[in-house]
Design a binder for this molecule. Structure first.
Ligand SMILES: [Zn+2]
Length: 459
């Protein structure tokens, strides 16, 4: 009873802060929570969520009983030991087994490690909350009512355009949604609106930048990307051409898009500790391991210790920008063999499907992802006697026929696909053949926090 009234007070204070007129006031109010109080709010919300899912979600009820977990004794996520929720659970049991309330909308991941999409359900109230928090962050980055926003986010089942809409409602600026169309068409049609802020996926923004470099830019305040990582050299090029910073968002459909967001220092993602409890599983000596999060405020489809599949670390030191929240470091890699790149979210099954019915000498194949300074390059190596042009023609025909989304990105030149035949027995040297190699250089890099900011910010 005491915990509940404490939570009610915390919830009301937070609601007041979220509605504060100026983002600095909102962030200031939230950040002056002493760490011990934030920790107490997180623990109280965690306990509340745990009881809630044990009562309402068929999946968690069954799992807690199978793992003999007495939730009354659990105060902290770490006390759950090796109990985690995985993307595989979502696919295997179905999103409905996780439901604890009436959903009002759903989204799907655009690509995964298997052909079955992961689905996530939400309420309109949860959408509004995500929008409010994102609005505070974007206002801190300089977005104002007088700005004009153009978005090239893909609207098909993807959470980001919906969150962006919910966010801009709280900022009140003019906005236009082009969808993920050919960058040249976007450029020609959007130009007359003179957008001051552009949203899109990094590889798509990179192609738009090619067009802008040739035909000219107009003054913009910043670009904002979500959906995939970007190598730092590609980011710098986009920033140089547009003479404006490019900020990244870090999120997942399952998290409702809002795990963390970059600030002007671009040194990791400021994380959302009000809605999530973050942990790192299987951390190495440097603190890098798989990101795990527990949702703290969701009431339609809460997730307990969800394994994000991304390798990163938590940064506890304060950031140079002065935003008070702690950070998630730039994502280093995926823990599975999935790669998020210009092609889309691709895992081994994608290449296996591309190669199905292809006359190969052996069943061995390997894909390497590199970056050539302009876009991601995927090199698919297979053991076959076919000549390169024949093999390439075959694979491209299958790409068009079996993966329309990846084909669309290929036609938009968001990536290059090369096919290279290898001799029989050339690929497998050891016992285990790594199917996908991500060789892009600076996905690993973190920007130094003491780097001088050279963009004037309009806050
Ligand atoms: Zn910062």
């Amino acid at each position: 009873m005491r915990a509940l009234s404490f939570l009610t007070i915390a919830d009301n204070l937070e609601a007041l802060a979220l509605r504060a007129a100026h983002p600095r006031l909102a962030v200031g109010a939230l950040s002056h929570l002493p760490p011990s109080l934030l920790g107490a709010i997180q623990r109280a919300r965690f306990r509340q969520t745990l009881r809630f899912v044990a009562e309402h979600s068929p999946f968690y009820r069954e799992q807690f009983s199978r793992h003999r977990i007495d939730i009354e004794r659990i105060e902290h996520p770490q006390q759950l030991g090796d109990f985690y929720t995985t993307g595989e659970d979502l696919r295997h049991y179905g999103a409905e087994a996780f439901l604890t309330g009436r959903p009002e909308t759903a989204f799907e991941t655009t690509g995964t490690t298997s052909a079955i999409p992961k689905r996530a359900f939400f309420s309109d109230e949860e959408m509004d909350r995500a929008g409010r928090l994102a609005a505070i962050c974007l206002r801190l980055l300089g977005l104002e009512r007088a700005d004009r926003v153009a978005s090239a986010f893909d609207c098909s089942f993807w959470v980001s355009p919906a969150i962006l809409r919910a966010t801009l409602k709280h900022i009140g600026c003019f906005h236009i949604e082009a969808g993920k169309i050919e960058p040249l068409e976007f450029y020609e049609r959007i130009r007359s609106y003179r957008p001051t802020v552009i949203f899109g996926e990094p590889s798509w923004l990179s192609r738009l930048t090619d067009v802008a470099e040739e035909r000219g830019t107009w003054p913009i305040k910043f670009l904002f990307a979500g959906g995939e990582n970007i190598v730092e050299s590609a980011r710098r090029r986009i920033e140089r051409v547009w003479r404006a910073p490019l900020y990244l968002n870090y999120g997942q459909t399952e998290a409702f898009g809002a795990l963390g967001i970059e600030c002007q220092a671009q040194a990791g993602y400021h994380r959302n500790d009000l809605d999530f409890f973050f942990e790192i599983a299987d951390a190495d000596a440097d603190g890098y391991g798989e990101l795990v999060y527990t949702t703290l405020t969701r009431r339609v489809m809460p997730l307990i210790r969800y394994r994000a599949g991304d390798i990163t670390r938590l940064i506890e030191e304060p950031c140079a920008c002065g935003w008070p929240t702690r950070r998630i470091a730039k994502i280093r890699a995926r823990s599975d063999e999935m790669v998020v790149c210009g092609m889309g979210n691709v895992g081994p099954w994608v290449f296996a499907e591309l190669l199905r019915d292809t006359p190969l000498a052996t069943a061995e194949w390997q894909a390497a992802v590199e970056h050539d300074g302009q876009c991601d390059v995927i090199e698919l190596r297979v053991e076959t006697e076919l000549a390169t042009p024949d093999l390439e023609r075959l694979i491209l025909a299958r790409l068009r026929e079996r993966f329309p989304d990846f084909w669309k990105n290929y036609e938009m030149r968001l990536y290059k696909l090369r096919v290279r035949p290898a001799a029989r027995g050339e690929l497998r040297r050891g016992r285990k053949l790594k199917l996908i190699l991500d060789r892009r250089p600076t996905v690993v890099g973190e920007r130094s926090t003491d780097q001088t900011l050279f963009y004037p910010m309009a806050i």
